[in-house]
Design a protein around this ligand. Structure first.
Ligand code: TLP
Length: 357
């Protein structure tokens, strides 16, 4: 179906016509030998925008997080991270499985933040029984908390705390430009105190493939070798990087449009009987929705799919919608009217009547 409304993730955004043209015309070389001119330009531009010395093009956000961890820490050291963080929940335990890094999860608050007191007490004192604390990981925007934004102040405070204990910080900034847009600050300000930051080109920026890791020249050189170790060193990757360069020039400033579309969706969903939306957590392009029985996530997602609309299922009672540049208000109107009908069919009279009669 060509007219499917795909709200499963911002990764569903198709490449723009300008990206396709740039990809077709890209100058390429062997990136494994760091000789692809388009990849080199992308790495330089990404580093410049994030205010770091150097950057590395990697195939995915998951690999970007892992090469950062491997480049920053020694084997066997422990990682402090949020208990709802993507790295902890959704990356197959890669840092533990591949890197030999045990996780030390601390609670994420409702907005994806970490309490500095929790972080401080999770830092290991010297003791023969304990692993050494090797890294603090932050996430901005915070996916599982609803695309919520970590402030510059809290980021600074947490980085300062880690650094005071000699612990480096990696920022999973998969959607850092969404965070920057929501806060009205440059992304570089959010990344300033982190030792490495990963951001995805393949999310709201609509690039088909790729993420960037940014940091000091020394750390990025180590990350380059870790990327090789993981099989992520590509050859004529300029074909992909060309789309990334277009994204950095053309797709960042328009992200507030996606946030407005997400808010419009969230406010519409909140009016549906049986749909609970925490509107305070709708700060960027992600909308989580909890469904009250008899509605279930699987049943609502299946009914939406039949209507040509895709959403993601996150647990028995939760669905997620993510807006991106290919999603308009007219699409959201279609989603909301499809859901009105679905609620009547699946919810029975009790839900269909709803709180407002
Ligand atoms: N998140 C995906 C799924 O894996 C849940 C999504 O649909 O949102 N960090 C964060 C904060 C992410 O949200 C994701 C992807 C990643 C890392 C991993 O990026 P990829 O998918 O490129 O490996």
């Amino acid at each position: 179906m060509t007219d499917v409304i795909d709200l499963r993730g911002d990764w569903a955004a198709p490449p723009t016509p300008a990206m396709r043209r740039a990809m077709a015309e890209a100058e390429v070389g062997d990136d494994n030998s760091h000789e692809d001119p388009t990849v080199i330009r992308l790495e330089e531009r990404a580093a410049e925008i994030l205010g770091k010395e150097a950057a590395l093009f990697v195939p995915s956000g998951t690999m970007g997080n892992l090469v950062s961890i491997l480049a920053l820490t020694e084997y066997g050291t422990e990682i402090i991270l949020g208990d709802r963080s993507h790295a902890y929940v959704y990356e197959v335990g890669s840092a533990a499985v591949i890197g030999g890094h045990p996780y030390r999860p601390v609670p994420n608050d409702r907005f994806g933040g970490l309490n500095p007191r929790d972080v401080e007490s999770a830092i290991r004192p010297p003791n023969i029984h304990f692993p050494r604390t090797g890294l603090l990981m932050l996430e901005n925007t915070h996916n599982l908390c609803g695309g919520t934004v970590l402030s510059v102040e809290l980021t600074r405070q947490l980085c300062a705390l880690a650094h005071a204990h000699g612990i480096p910080v990696h920022l999973d900034g998969s959607r850092i430009f969404n965070a920057a847009a929501a806060l009205g600050v440059p992304a570089a300000e959010l990344a300033q105190d982190a030792d490495t930051v990963m951001f995805c080109l393949s999310k709201g920026l609509a690039v088909p493939v790729g993420s960037m890791v940014c940091g000091s020249a020394e750390v990025i050189e180590r990350a380059r070798q870790k990327r090789k170790l993981l099989g992520g060193a590509m050859r004529q990757a300029g074909v992909l990087a060309a789309a990334g360069l277009v994204a950095l020039e053309q797709m960042i400033d328009r992200l507030p449009e996606d946030h407005a579309t997400a808010r419009y969706l969230a406010e519409g969903l909140a009016l549906l009987p049986g749909f609970v939306v925490d509107l305070e957590t709708v700060q960027t392009n992600i909308v989580f929705c909890t469904l009250e029985p008899p509605l279930s996530a699987e049943a609502v997602a299946a009914a939406l799919r039949d209507a040509g609309i895709r959403c993601s299922v996150f647990g028995a009672q939760q669905i997620r919608f993510v807006t991106h540049y290919a999603i308009t208000r007219a699409h959201i109107d279609r989603v909301l009217s499809a859901l009105q009908q679905i609620v009547c069919e699946l919810g029975g009279t009790r839900l269909a009547v709803g709180p407002n009669g």
